[in-house]
Design a protein around this ligand. Structure first.
Ligand code: HH2
Length: 258
């Protein structure tokens, strides 16, 4: 899954794709580099971000989705029902909700009605404050229990279980140690029986791991390392900004592991 953030303030590519033409070109490049799916987002969820309203999010993503509609498989990174509805009307196949259907009570109905795929992600707290002091007794069992509960909620809301994938939410209310513990014990998440999504790409935990306690991003090489480890432990969808590097590394990992 390639990432295109149509935002001025995303943590690693903020401003790069704010102009629709630039965002469309980025999506086409990621697709050509081997992305199976391109995730388009109009709101940053980086630590400390305040969020935007639905009108602004629509203004950012609709021109991009209109241009790409029918050209490649797309997902929409949103928690808002009106944004999801507009995206689905334009042929988007997957709704990627970082709030796991807790943000907008109307979103579950929109997804159920459309028959689209859905990604449910774990987050402790909310973007404005989530990195203040994340705490867990056991991060992996708490994330697994949360995802299991949100999956049950989605199914109760009329979304078919086979359309749902699950994501532990790397960096969303988690320390460096929490994020790597989730990768080390990924089997406890794949045991939930749904495809697991991992988005470690460029995240600050990678920069911190490599010795910069103030890092706000991580390198491409460290991102690829984390993605290959996640793949080996059973992740099926890797959400990444640098598609070509990941595709090449994963091709080699797959050949070696097959
Ligand atoms: N990470 C980000 C945004 N959406 N969705 C899923 N399912 N998993 C993730 O790990 C995930 C996500 C944050 O990354 P990015 O979109 O690059 O930054 P920003 O939120 O600042 O736009």
């Amino acid at each position: 899954m390639g990432v295109v953030n149509v935002t001025p303030d995303s943590f690693s590519d903020g401003g790069v794709n704010l102009e629709p033409r630039a965002a469309v070109a980025s999506a086409r490049r990621l697709r050509a580099e081997g992305a199976a799916l391109v995730d388009v987002g109009g709101e940053s969820t980086r630590p400390g971000s305040a969020g935007v309203d639905a009108d602004e999010e629509l203004r950012r993503v609709v021109p991009v989705l209109e241009a790409l509609s029918g050209e490649m498989p797309l997902s929409i990174d949103t928690s808002k029902a009106p944004v999801a509805r507009a995206a689905l009307d334009l042929g988007v196949e997957l709704v990627n909700d970082v709030t796991a259907l807790r943000g907008d009570p109307a979103l579950a109905g929109v997804v159920a009605e459309s028959g689209a795929y859905l990604c449910l992600m774990h987050m402790q707290g909310e973007p404005r404050t989530m990195q203040a002091e994340p705490r867990y007794d056991d991060v992996v069992s708490e994330v697994a229990a949360f995802l299991e509960e949100r999956l049950a909620f989605a199914v109760e809301s009329g979304i078919r279980e086979e359309l749902v994938c699950l994501d532990p939410g790397i960096g969303f209310g988690k320390t460096v140690e929490h994020n790597f513990e989730l990768l080390r014990r990924l089997d406890e998440l794949t045991a939930l029986g749904r495809p697991v999504v991992i988005g470690f790409s460029r995240k600050s935990s990678l920069g911190k791991l490599l010795g910069d306690p103030q890092a706000t991003t991580g390198s491409v090489a460290a991102s690829v390392g984390a993605a290959v480890a996640a793949y080996e432990r059973g992740a099926t969808i890797l959400r990444v900004h640098d598609v070509q590097e990941h595709v090449e590394a994963l091709a080699a990992a797959r050949a070696a592991l097959a």
